[in-house]
Write a protein that binds this ligand. Structure first.
Ligand code: EPU
Length: 340
């Protein structure tokens, strides 16, 4: 067990915010994790316990006074298969895109629309990651997680996870209680292509794709993502900073009368999901920069750190955006990124 003191977290968060952790340790298997949890609970040397995966969905606004644990549990293995499906189990510390590439190389279908999403496998069910018409819940089989107090390993089925839009039981009822150690996905041997998201169709046409394949879809997704979303290695960011808000159909109709260009998608149940990027852009924030904190010029839903912004500066910018969207449209944006 190697516990480091006063470590900068800058390399461990894609926003590139320079805060420190009083204590920091990584673990690569359940035994190491259990030992660290025992250390934390029995020694009481650190009050707060913060779990980090790829650090791609977090904004640090202050130093962390407690213990930061970095999940580095590796491994990708096929655990079973039948005529239709293969079941792939991945360690929570595996890089998500690396897992996607592994599936593409083996012709396992279902993750192609989710190519190039930053972060690790462990975070994928936590916030039910999604892109281009697919969410993790569509291919999720089960996961294993360690209970922080009991140190027991619990298996969660899809139902147990209560997935919603960028939501799961781990962000609500069980927040701060479990550490996800592995996730098993159910992938198809025969692909069911999902090109319903307009931008994919367009990109497939632009690149002259004649024969549809999971590899072609992944390529299209990667092209779209890299043209719109900043690469965290170059410009600090955590993907979409806000969720796309849902409003009632009648509120949407009223808004459309006042703002005919408004972008929304029917999600059933009498609700419409609004494109927050559009709302933010209309309020004039797209491309805004103050100091090193900014709103990305190609996708207004993404806030960026051009270098030395503090987490508080980015948080303040997000508050101003929330206020201005609320006063213009009467719609309250919710942050998608976790604030620490
Ligand atoms: N739009 C604008 N201006 C902008 C950005 C978007 O007008 O600056 C409008 C456009 O009309 C566009 C529509 O919003 O057609 C939707 O934009 P986009 O396809 O870029 O998707 P999004 O709704 O902004 C969501 C996810 C992304 C995911 C994409 C593609 C959320 C919070 N974000 O963004 O996920 O990649 O769809 O499926 O749901 C993430 O969660 O970190 C993330 C990047």
């Amino acid at each position: 067990m190697n516990i480091q003191q006063n470590i900068s977290l800058k390399p461990f968060n894609t926003f590139g915010i320079d805060v420190s952790a009083a204590q920091f340790a990584s673990f690569s298997d359940n035994i190491e994790l259990e030992a660290l949890l025992h250390y934390h609970s029995s020694e009481k040397k650190a009050d707060k316990l913060l779990l980090l995966g790829g650090g791609s969905n977090i904004l640090f606004t202050k130093n962390v006074s407690g213990l930061v644990l970095k999940n580095e549990i590796p491994g990708i293995e096929k655990i079973k298969e039948d005529d239709e499906y293969v079941y792939m189990k991945a360690g929570a510390g595996e890089n998500w895109h690396h897992f996607v590439m592994h599936c593409l190389e083996n012709n396992y279908a279902g993750v192609e629309n989710l190519a190039l999403i930053p972060g690790n496998v462990g975070a994928s069910p936590m916030q039910n990651i999604g892109a281009y018409g697919v969410e993790i819940k569509d291919i999720f089989h089960e996961l294993e997680a360690m209970h922080i107090n009991d140190k027991t390993t619990v298996t969660f089925s899809k139902n147990d996870c209560a997935f919603g839009y960028r939501e799961s039981v781990f962000k609500n009822k069980y927040k701060g209680q479990f550490i996800i150690t592995s996730v098993t996905y159910r992938l198809r041997k025969q692909p069911v292509f999902n090109t319903s998201y307009g931008a994919i169709q367009q990109e497939l046409e632009n690149t002259g794709t004649k024969e549809l394949s999971i590899q072609a879809i992944a390529r299209a997704v990667m092209n779209i993502r890299s043209s719109k979303l900043p690469d965290p290695k170059q410009i600090g960011n955590a993907g979409s900073f806000f969720k796309n808000p849902e409003v009632k159909k009648n509120q949407f109709d009223e808004l459309r009368l006042r703002f005919p260009g408004i972008v929304g998608y029917d999600v059933g149940n009498g609700h419409v999901k609004l494109a927050a990027g559009w709302l933010i852009e209309q309020c004039g924030w797209k491309g805004y920069r103050r100091g090193d904190a900014g709103c990305h010029a190609k996708q207004a839903l993404v806030l960026v750190n051009y270098g030395k912004a503090t987490g508080s500066e980015i948080f303040e910018l997000s508050s101003k955006i929330i206020e201005s969207v609320s006063s213009t449209f009467g719609v309250t944006l919710e942050r998608e990124v976790n604030i620490e």
